[in-house]
Design a protein around this ligand. Structure first.
Ligand code: KG4
Ligand code: ZN
Length: 333
């Protein structure tokens, strides 16, 4: 019988469900939550409530798309963390309910590991060991990937994540949440005209809080002189902010490649959808003569396909968890 996994992702503000059969995606459905746009960030309580509302319709859509029924499923997988505890609890409780009702095993998945294993959904796939820069709304990590489920974090941020830097900068510019994709869009028409400070931290450490302050003060001073400064310079501001955020990522990646000596390097997570990062990363690969792996857009930002593919490898190792397990907001590898 083939291995058919139902993957549930509800760690932040997207309710997503995927079905994967023998490692092949049959359905990958998601309901995004527009409710947070007006607040400049995700409101945890609103996120949990939206998950509760969306989760059954998303499951129905995924079953319909895959043309499979619940009785055919081999195991139920869900995001165990890290993430917002209220959101995680909705996904976890739903998964446990299904596991009990269907008498199928339960698989707990680490969200950050899943972002990386999204590279094993489609070809080309990296070979082990490889280095992955995982950049999302909550994390910025350099991970040495020894095997599907054996990963080592060799560097991370000491304050804000790269996605957070995009979102907070967008908020300063008066753009709605999530600001990353909007900065990317406006930056396409702008030029890098403004310089912001670079962090002075350890070789494999990231820091974005100083950059955010530098952006805030630069804009505040300019607005004092020119009331419409932001509107008149939006595209150049976006290009400059995006350049500064990505430049830090590329600098650190270069150091990590040199230190580890690997010749297979990947990027993952929501910020890996950024067009400037994708360009600079591809360029870096050419310059250093290493293989680079960039995920398809649908597997960069939060999705359940990545949860399901991770669960597929866990299923092959009989790595199941007990109904008594609870999600963890700060789950580590
Ligand atoms: O991985 P993800 O969907 O969720 C978390 O696990 O956090 O990442 C979301 C982050 C947000 O900060 C969002 O602004 C950023 O990814 N993001 C982007 C782009 N698309 C999403 N940042 C820059 N450029 C993009 N095109
Ligand atoms: Zn994520």
């Amino acid at each position: 019988m083939s291995v058919l996994i139902l993957g549930i992702e509800a760690s932040c503000d997207d309710t997503a469900i995927a079905l994967i059969e023998e490692g092949k995606i049959l359905a990958n459905c998601v309901a995004n939550q527009a409710v947070h746009e007006a607040y400049g960030g995700v409101v945890p309580e609103l996120a949990s409530r939206s998950h509760q509302k969306n989760i059954i319709p998303v499951l129905e859509a995924a079953l319909k798309k895959s043309n499979r029924s619940l009785s055919e499923i081999s195991a139920i997988a869900y995001t165990q963390g890290p993430g917002l505890i209220g959101s995680l609890l909705v996904g976890c409780s739903f998964a446990k309910g299904l596991s009990l009702a269907l008498d199928k095993p339960l698989i707990g998945v680490n969200h950050m590991q899943a972002h990386i294993l999204a590279h094993f959904i489609d070809d080309p796939k990296p070979s082990f060991p490889f280095l992955c820069l995982t950049v999302s709304g909550g994390h910025t990590q350099l991970v040495l990937v020894h095997d599907y489920l054996k990963m080592e974090v060799i560097g991370s941020t000491i304050d804000d994540a790269a996605g957070e830097a995009f979102d907070k900068s967008a908020k300063i510019l008066g753009l709605p949440y999530p600001g990353g994709p909007l900065i990317d869009k406006h930056a396409k028409k702008g030029l890098v005209k403004f310089n912001f400070s670079k962090p002075k931290v350890g070789p494999l450490e990231f820091s974005y809080s100083g950059l955010k302050t530098s952006i805030l003060y630069t804009i505040r001073d300019k607005v004092k002189e020119e009331e419409n400064f932001i509107q008149d310079n939006l595209e150049d501001l976006c290009a400059s902010i995006q350049f500064s955020i990505v430049d830090i990522l590329i600098d650190k990646l270069k150091i990590a490649i040199k230190k580890t000596g690997v010749n297979q390097v990947a990027i993952a997570g929501g910020v890996s959808a950024n067009s400037h990062l994708r360009e600079r990363f591809a360029e870096l690969g050419e310059n250093l003569n290493i293989d680079t792996f960039i995920p398809a857009f649908e597997y960069c930002t939060d999705n359940a396909a990545m949860i399901a593919i991770t669960a597929h490898y866990k299923f092959l190792k009989n790595d199941f968890i007990d109904l008594a397990e609870v999600p963890s907001a700060r789950l580590k590898f």
